[in-house]
Design a protein around this ligand. Structure first.
Ligand SMILES: [Zn+2]
Length: 470
């Protein structure tokens, strides 16, 4: 396959809830949006609202679980020397790690982090060996893995990707305007403007960096090492793993990290199939690797530890999947299942990035699509159609807001929020409704231990404040 031109990295999707102050969050996210803006007006305009951060700010991001444990999806901003995971394999740690495999016939780079991390990572890894890599392997097409490819690649470098990356990159570009709006909301920049989406950027106009595309498996040898690159769909359909048998080491990309996986992501995504994750994890288990290297967080060493981590992750995903399927077959609706399904204690994983609830809905909707089985839903009745009558019957917007305040006072936050939303659906300029909505969202935001949830609550807070200021 001929080498194609690589222009611009696509959307970053892995952003973790920071432990640092809010300014770091804002700047971090501003940077990601600025750099993954896909040339759309919204994100560029939004990014101007925040100063650009220093090149390595993203490396300072880490997350904290509700229990206060700091999780190491990325860390070590002060890294001054590449980490040698095992002989000949080095890691630059960041928001998406970058890896260098050194052989006596040349080097292989696996994942390249975000564009703004890439130069720092390259510097750390160049200090080990500064040869232009023979191969670059992207574990999937998200921006925190492919962002540094332009920096690393030389004239003769082969870039390896799974063949689904072509459609995946086109998909991200096709919906660039939509993702720009969602990202600017979720990642805490400006309130998205309705006119901010880009015009249709073409269905198949993404730049494809790969020079080698494979379907199931691609294998090559370099410097006495075998590199087995294998399709491993999970977070994306183009995800892959890299197995080096001579070192009993497997690179797993984002197949596993220290949170329940983001099987549905709030910024919007095609279905991520739970059973794909399960099958891909089982493929990795078969390897019986001594070292497992994820692209976020730290390597796991020791065959027993690797097996234990993979098994638990697989079982947790499978548990949620099977419970959802059982509920669907029993005729239960998605909202009931979102409330009912919880991981048993022995499979509990922290939920600071993906959550079980969103996954239940992701699986349900992934299998069944949007129709909920209620004939009213096929009549295009808007969800809030009855609110005009109901709010009127309840005594008008002021009376409903008063009830929302009462419920909020009793700690019934979600019921209170629902009432505030009902009023706003009828009267979008009702300031007392915005005010109570703001209070509720601020309380929920403060209590949230999930990065993605906190992002959207933050969006609601900014939106409410803006409405109150108008
Ligand atoms: Zn990632």
């Amino acid at each position: 396959m001929s080498k194609m031109q690589w222009h611009q990295p696509l959307l970053a999707t892995k952003i973790r809830r920071p432990v640092m102050g809010d300014h770091i969050v804002k700047n971090t996210l501003a940077a990601i949006l600025a750099l993954s803006a896909l040339g759309t007006g919204s994100a560029q305009a939004a990014a101007q609202d925040d100063p650009a951060p220093g090149a390595n700010d993203l490396d300072t991001v880490s997350i904290k679980s509700a229990s206060g444990d700091t999780l190491s999806l990325q860390q070590k901003s002060t890294q001054t020397k590449a980490l040698e995971i095992t002989e000949g394999i080095y890691q630059a740690t960041g928001f998406g790690n970058s890896f260098l495999v050194v052989t006596n016939e040349g080097n292989v780079v696996i994942d390249t982090s975000l564009p703004q991390n890439a130069a720092g990572h390259k510097k750390l890894l160049d200090a080990v060996s500064d040869k232009v890599p023979e191969y670059i392997i992207a574990t999937h097409g998200h921006g925190d893995h492919v962002g540094g490819i332009p920096l690393w690649r030389g004239e003769d470098t082969q870039v390896i990707a799974q063949e689904n990356s072509v459609e995946f990159l086109h998909y991200q570009k096709r919906l660039a305007g939509f993702f720009a709006l969602r990202n600017s909301a979720q990642f805490g920049l400006a309130i998205a403007r309705p006119d901010a989406g880009s015009a249709h950027p073409g269905n198949f106009d993404a730049d494809i960096p790969a020079t080698i595309l494979f379907d199931d498996k691609y294998e090559f040898r370099l410097g006495g090492l075998t590199f087995v690159v294998e399709s491993a769909p999970g977070e994306t359909l183009d995800a892959l793993t890299v197995w080096i048998p001579e070192k009993s080491t497997v690179f797993v990309g984002d197949l596993i990290y220290e949170s329940f996986p983001n099987i549905y992501t709030l910024r919007g995504t095609k279905p991520r199939w739970a059973l794909d994750y399960v099958r891909s994890i089982e493929d990795v288990l078969q390897l019986d690797a001594e070292i497992m290297i994820p692209s976020h967080g730290e390597a796991i060493k020791g065959a027993d530890a690797v097996r234990a981590a993979l098994t638990r992750y697989r079982d947790a995903i499978l548990y949620v999947h099977d419970a959802t399927v059982a509920g669907m077959n029993a005729g239960k609706d998605v909202h009931s299942l979102m409330e009912e399904i919880q991981l048993p204690a022995e499979l509990a994983l922290p939920e600071q990035y993906g959550t079980v609830k969103w996954t239940v809905r992701g699986i349900y909707d992934g299998y069944a699509g949007w129709f909920d089985g209620n004939p009213s839903s096929i009549l295009s009745i808007k969800p809030n159609a009855s609110n005009i009558s109901l709010v009127k019957m309840a005594g008008g917007p002021d009376a409903v807001v008063a009830e929302a305040e009462t419920l909020f006072g009793k700690g019934e936050d979600l019921s209170a929020l629902s009432l505030a939303e009902s009023v706003l659906s009828v009267d979008p300029k009702h300031k007392p409704a915005w005010a109570v909505r703001l209070k509720i969202l601020q309380k929920l935001h403060k209590a949230s231990a999930n990065f993605n949830e906190a992002g959207w609550l933050g969006y609601g807070i900014r939106q409410s404040k803006k409405a109150l200021a108008e």
